[in-house]
Design a protein around this ligand. Structure first.
Ligand code: ZN
Length: 270
C-alpha cells in the first residue's frame, strides 16, 4: 500500500491511499495501531510528510562510493547521529537556508532511503529486523557542512538539525511492495541536473543490519525514522563545491517510492 498523510478540504489531517485526481481513499487509524479502510474519498489539498517521527536516527558514510569520495575508510560499525524531529517538512515545502548557514554557503543535499519502524524494537535479531518496518519513504538529510565540522566540534547533530532540514515523503510504501530494500535505485537532481545517482545495493550496512545494530540494548520507539545514508555526488565533495542557494529546486527519487520535490529559499535576516 502507498500511504499518504494529507490535509483535506476542511483542514483536517488524514491518512489515505490510492491518491489520484486530487482525491484519496481515507484510512482510519494510525501508523502505530494500523489502518482500516473507510471506503470514502476525500479531497487532498496538501500532501504532508508521512509522519511526525518519534526520533530521527541518521547513518553517516553508509555507501561505499560516498565513503570513497569523502576520502574516509568504510566504517567498521554504523556511524550514528540524530536529527531534530522538528526539522521535518513535507513535499513541496521550502528548505530554508538560515542566515547562520550562509556565510559562507555550506548547505548540502543528501538523498536517502528513509525507513519507518512500526513497533517497539529492542535486541532485534538480523533475521527478524525487517519485520519491524512499517514502510519506506524518501528522505533528504539536509546538512550544513561547516556546522557539521568546525562549528559542531566534530559532532554532526547540530549541522543536520536546523528547521526544514529533513524533508520526508511523498508517500509511505509498505514492505509488501518493497520486499528487498537493497534493490532500489535512488537519485537527486538539483535544478534538473543529476547530482546523485546510486543504488541501495551499495550500502555498507543493510537496512536489516542497521535495525539489528541500533536496537542493541536500546529501545527503538514506533515512529522511529532511520535515514540510511546517502550515495556519492554530494555537493561539498564536487569540484568546485555546490551548495544550495535561494531559488534552487531539489528532486529526490527512490525507485518504487516516488519523487520528493522541495524548493530552496534563503531566510531573510541578519
Ligand atoms: Zn545523510
Amino acid at each position: 500500500m502507498r500511504i499518504i498523510r494529507f490535509m483535506d478540504e476542511t483542514g483536517q489531517v488524514r491518512f489515505g491511499h490510492d491518491h489520484q485526481d486530487g482525491q484519496a481513499l481515507v484510512l482510519e487509524g494510525g501508523l502505530a495501531k494500523g489502518f482500516t479502510e473507510t471506503g470514502q474519498r476525500a479531497g487532498v489539498t496538501k500532501i504532508l510528510a508521512p509522519l511526525q517521527p518519534a526520533v530521527i536516527l541518521g547513518i553517516g558514510l553508509n555507501y561505499h562510493e560516498h565513503a570513497r569520495e569523502t576520502g574516509l575508510e568504510a566504517p567498521k560499525y554504523p556511524v550514528l547521529f540524530m536529527k531534530n524531529p522538528a526539522s521535518v517538512v513535507g513535499p513541496e515545502d521550502s528548505v530554508i537556508l538560515p542566515p547562520s548557514c550562509m556565510n559562507p554557503p555550506q548547505v548540502d543535499y543528501e538523498v536517502e532511503l528513509a525507513v519507518v519502524l512500526k513497533k517497539k524494537a529492542r535486541d532485534v535479531p538480523l533475521d527478524k529486523a525487517l519485520d519491524c518496518v512499517l514502510g519506506y519513504t524518501v528522505g533528504n538529510d539536509v546538512s550544513a557542512r561547516r556546522w557539521q565540522g568546525v562549528k559542531g566540534s566534530g559532532q554532526w547533530t547540530r549541522g543536520k538539525s536546523f528547521d526544514t532540514f529533513c524533508p520526508l515523503g511523498p508517500v509511505l510504501v509498505t514492505p509488501d511492495e518493497i520486499p528487498d530494500p537493497q534493490a532500489l535505485a535512488l537519485s537527486c537532481t538539483l535544478n534538473n541536473e543529476m547530482m546523485q545517482n546510486g543504488h541501495t545495493g551499495d550500502m555498507i550496512f543493510s537496512v536489516a543490519e542497521l535495525i539489528a545494530f541500533l536496537s542493541q540494548s536500546t529501545t527503538l520507539l514506533p515512529g522511529t525514522v532511520i535515514l540510511t545514508g546517502t550515495p556519492s555526488g554530494v555537493g561539498f565533495k564536487r569540484t568546485p563545491p555546490v551548495y544550495l542557494q535561494d531559488g534552487d529546486q531539489l528532486e529526490l527519487t527512490v525507485e518504487k517510492i516516488g519523487t520528493l520535490r522541495n524548493p530552496v529559499r534563503a531566510e531573510k535576516g541578519e
